[in-house]
Every structure is written in C-alpha cells, then in structure tokens.
Ligand binder design. Structure first.
Ligand code: TYD
Length: 204
C-alpha cells in the first residue's frame, strides 16, 4: 500500500481518536511534511459555524434527517475550501472524523437512514479517505472520558451508554464493509501503544 495522503480517524465519543490524530499530525510535522490537520464537523469557517448548531443544545434539537443535511452541508464546505485545495497542492490531510461518522451516527443508529446517507454522499461529497483508522474502545470507558472533557459540545454523549454501544457496533460493521480502507485499532491500551499501531498503518 502507498502512503496515505488523506487519512481520517473515527470511533465513538471519547475513544481517543483526536489524541491519536494529533500525535500523527505532530509526527508528520517533525518529519517536515506538509500536512493539514482538520476536523468534522468543522474544518472551514462555514463548517465551523454549522458545528455550533449541531453540537450544542438538547438531544431532540434536530431529527436524524435534519442532522444528516447539516453534517453534509458542513462536509461539502470543508471539502471545497480546505480538503480539496490541500490535496491538490500536494499536502497530506489528517481529518478527525469524516463521512464514516455520518454513516454510523445518522445512518445506522437513529432510524435506518443509511440509503439516504449514501445517496447524499455520492451526490454531494464523492470522496473517501485513502485510509481510515477506527479506534475501538469499550463504550463505558469512552463515555467517561468524553463527558469528563466537559466541552459543552456534549449533545451526542448525552444520548447515553446504549447509544454509544450501538455506535460501536456500527463502526465494527463499517470496518467489515470497507476492509481495505478502514483499519481497526484496539484503543483500550495506553496511548503510546495505540500510536505504534497507528504509525504502522500510516506506513511510516
Ligand atoms: P466532537 O466534540 O468533535 O467529538 P469527538 O471528539 O468525539 O469527535 O463532536 C463531534 C460529534 O458529532 C460526535 O459526537 C459525533 C458527531 N458526528 C455525527 O453525528 N455525524 C457526523 O457526520 C460527524 C462528523 C460527527
């Protein structure tokens, strides 16, 4: 496999993916590589504005359908203004969450919206990362970590443990669905150990 140019990190809330994504970004920077680190929802001014709408407030603020449209709108802006230009100029892109989050969070866990998620993805986004690293963690551990951060952006953590358990199943299924692109890493271990696996997958 060639070294991935566009990498995404995925997993349930509090799984440690943001830490791993940041460590990989730092690793590339230390090597003098041209890398853009980004996140979803967000990653561009327009998408960051939509992020605020999505992540704050009550759990019943949006239906899954409306969420799907908002996440897709944010992703389209992120893609147009941040990801595509970076890749076109030869930079690498590391993204903390991308379309797989929509497949799992909106597509499979809150009503069966997967066919609508796929339709919108094909028509409005149409791009996949070269490599997606899914950090797999026990939901109970992850939920404690997630809420402990107390960022105020806890709308999804607030859905509770059962929701996180179904998300985990969703990500495991996704790894089966895309066996080449999606690689699972056991996140129930010390950060440095997890990072060794991340580095090996990123082909450095
Ligand atoms: P964030 O605070 O960035 O959480 P994390 O650090 O765990 O990534 O919030 C992102 C939340 O938005 C997270 O709960 C997952 C959710 N989400 C979706 O439901 N659909 C999506 O398409 C994306 C990108 C995120």
């Amino acid at each position: 496999m060639k070294q991935a140019k566009f990498l995404s990190f995925e997993g349930i809330d509090g799984c440690g993916k943001s830490t791993q994504a940041k460590m990989l970004n730092q690793h590339y920077l230390d090597q003098g590589k041209d890398v853009v680190f980004s996140r979803e929802p967000g990653g561009s001014p327009g998408a960051e504005a939509i992020r605020g709408l999505l992540l704050t407030g009550n759990t019943d603020k949006w239906t899954a359908e409306t969420e799907l449209l908002l996440f897709t709108a944010a992703r389209r802006d992120h893609l147009e203004t941040t990801i595509e230009p970076a890749l076109a100029s030869g930079k690498m892109v590391i993204c903390d969450r991308f379309a797989d989050s929509t497949r799992v969070y909106q597509g499979a866990t809150r009503g069966d919206l997967r066919s609508k998620v796929d339709l919108l993805h094909t028509t409005m986004i149409g791009r996949e990362p070269d490599l997606t690293i899914i950090i797999d963690v026990e939901p109970e551990v992850a939920l404690k970590r997630g809420l402990a951060r107390n960022t105020g952006e806890d709308r999804f953590e607030d859905f509770g443990l059962k929701f996180q358990e179904s998300l985990r199943v969703g990500f495991l299924k996704l790894a089966e669905e895309y066996p080449l692109r999606c690689q699972l890493v056991d996140g129930n271990r010390p950060t440095e150990e997890v990072f060794k696996d991340v580095l090996a997958l990123a082909q450095l």
